[in-house]
Write a protein that binds this ligand. Structure first.
Ligand SMILES: Cc1cc2nc3c(=O)[nH]c(=O)nc-3n(C[C@H](O)[C@H](O)[C@H](O)COP(=O)(O)OP(=O)(O)OC[C@H]3O[C@@H](n4cnc5c(N)ncnc54)[C@H](O)[C@@H]3O)c2cc1C
Length: 511
């Protein structure tokens, strides 16, 4: 393996343990080309950030890759399913006060063309049913609180993500990784030793222990101990068009009237609040801009929003470092997770980027014979991914149609990337969005469906009063009928979650 025998991971948050699981799956054990040694070092005294409880479908792919069943990890992590994100209050245009952003699925081929046609007409000034919520099965299922698993005869699989308890997920992944042979050390790293070449040589721990390695993973969170502090990799902030730099979080009791199957993201005075349904509690947080709102005012606003003004539950305040490292892989170190970069969690993409980074790294590293041959191309791809996702998040702010100083500033920002400008020009001049997305080669970050849902969900159309009646008639009842009939194949979310418990207890009885 070209001299690489010892991989040392610094940090035991979700990022560190996900990297450990994937690398162990690939490089440890009897099927590995040449076994390596993987050590993960974390400091319980420093702890983990402990937020990050919503995912994209990439997390399903991760568990599938590790061959771990939902019934096992979801129960252990108080997890629920997620079909998308419901946005409330980002637009005040009548009829567009809320919309749902579904994860795209194969069944969308039946309705997406009609939705896009409706959008195209309305962009051109002709009235059409262009609100996204009327067109997609995940939206209908989320409204009815139905789970993502269909009756066996239903010919389409839905794409879905999850909500989960971050601390429990970390502990679960730790057990998986250590069972695969990853060595786990609880130590505080106080110094990093570099070789003459500049490569990292060893981590020095409190108490004097020295942990040598050939390759290092920096998953030390916002501290970015190895990549930024030791190797001096430049951090590129995204502050000029993502203003939010703080969050305040607090839990409320779990839902009792049917478990929601979507994250909700509600616009507030200087940012937005999430609500993430778990089986044990609901996670809530307010992501806001400290230039527009004090920490105390943000906490009060979140408490008002969540009905916790009595102060009985404690709130936690967090600072966020928004941006990315210039290079995720530098010298003999790969940065993963918050050490690598962070985009505010509006589309819950952080763990998605962690998984994509580790998987692409494994592929690039192996393709280069475990040398740095493909490092440049890898770094370019990761940077593009950050920027592709950033543009989609920035669009939520730039297109907002709300009052208030914060929202007006966001709508007026003129420091957009060329890609985002091209997409906005395409939409507002009635050109073909798909062609622009293809030309920019950005569909792998957000698809044509997602971009349409965003623009249309905000009501980014000519004024209602100026719309013409068109000759093209949509029979919306056909789409509604199609979605209703499709929805009959899905049991309730609660039933699908309870089936795990039934499965577990019947297994136990079987023993
Ligand atoms: C407000 C907020 C909301 C978020 N929501 C989402 C979401 O919905 N979905 C999503 O995918 N992501 C979300 N994220 C991001 C998500 O929380 C992180 O990507 C994820 O938790 C991974 O964090 P991490 O492992 O990189 O860092 P951390 O959890 O901070 O872990 C860092 C590790 O490094 C160790 N460490 C640091 N310094 C040292 C040292 N000197 N010696 C030894 N050990 C050390 C710590 O002990 C810890 O184990 C959110 C983030 C924030 C801030």
């Amino acid at each position: 393996m070209n001299g690489i025998h010892r991989i040392v991971i610094l940090g035991g948050g979700s990022a560190g343990w996900m990297a450990a699981c994937l690398m162990a799956q690939r490089w440890l054990g009897k099927h590995a080309a040449r076994p390596v040694e993987i050590t993960l070092v974390e400091s319980p005294a420093i702890g983990i950030i402990g937020v990050g409880e919503g995912s994209t479908p990439q997390l399903k792919a991760f568990f599938d890759r590790l061959d771990i069943a939902e019934a096992d990890w979801m129960l252990a992590c108080d997890a629920t399913y997620k079909l998308g994100i419901r946005f409330h209050g980002w637009s005040e245009r009548p009829g567009f006060e809320r919309y749902f952003h579904p994860f795209p699925s194969a069944i969308d081929v039946h309705t997406q063309p009609h939705f896009q046609r409706a959008c195209a007409l309305q962009r051109g000034g002709t009235a059409a049913p262009a609100h996204p919520d009327r067109w997609f099965l995940p939206t209908a299922l989320a409204d009815a609180k139905l789970g993502p698993h269909a009756d066996r005869r239903f010919p389409f699989d839905l794409s879905y993500g999850y909500h989960f308890d971050a601390h429990k997920l970390g502990a679960y992944l730790r057990d998986q990784a250590t069972a695969k042979g990853v060595r786990h050390l609880e130590r505080r790293v106080i110094e990093v030793e570099q070789a003459e070449s500049g490569d990292i040589a060893a981590l020095l721990c409190e108490g004097g222990e020295r942990i040598e390695g050939d390759f290092f993973i920096d998953s030390s969170g916002f501290a970015a101990v190895l990549a930024e502090k030791t190797l001096g990799t430049r951090f590129l902030p995204f502050a000029e068009n993502l203003f939010n730099d703080r969050a305040v979080v607090l839990p409320t009791p779990a839902a009792t009237d049917g478990m929601p199957i979507a994250t909700s993201a509600t616009a507030l005075s200087a940012g937005w609040a999430w609500s993430i349904p778990l089986t044990s509690r609901t996670g809530n947080g307010y992501v806001y801009s400290s230039s527009h709102l004090s920490d105390d005012a943000a906490e009060t606003e979140l408490r008002r929003h969540t009905g916790t003004l009595d102060g009985l539950v404690e709130a936690r305040h967090l600072r966020m470092k928004v941006g990315r490292l210039e290079d995720s892989w530098r010298s003999n170190c790969l940065a993963v997770g918050l050490a690598q970069g962070f985009l505010e969690p509006l589309e819950a993409t952080a763990l998605h980027i962690v998984l994509a980074t580790v998987e692409e790294f494994i592929a690039a590293y192996e393709a280069g014979g475990f040398a740095a041959q493909h490092r440049g191309a890898f770094n370019t791809r990761i940077a593009r991914r950050y920027e592709g996702i950033r543009d989609y998040i920035v669009a939520h702010y730039r297109l907002n149609q709300r009052g208030g100083e914060y929202w007006r500033e966001a709508a007026a920002m003129d420091t957009l990337s060329d890609d985002l400008k091209a997409l906005m020009t395409t939409w507002f001049t009635g050109q073909d969005m798909n062609a622009t997305i293809q030309r920019l080669d950005i569909a792998r970050y957000y698809s044509n469906l997602s971009w349409h849902c965003l623009f249309a969900g905000y009501g980014s159309f000519p004024d209602q009063s100026k719309l013409r009646e068109g000759a093209y008639r949509f029979d919306l009842s056909k789409a509604a009928d199609f979605l209703d009939r499709a929805a009959l194949n899905f049991a309730s979310h609660d039933v699908q979650l309870t089936s795990f418990r039934t499965h577990q207890s019947s297994c136990k009885i079987g023993l």
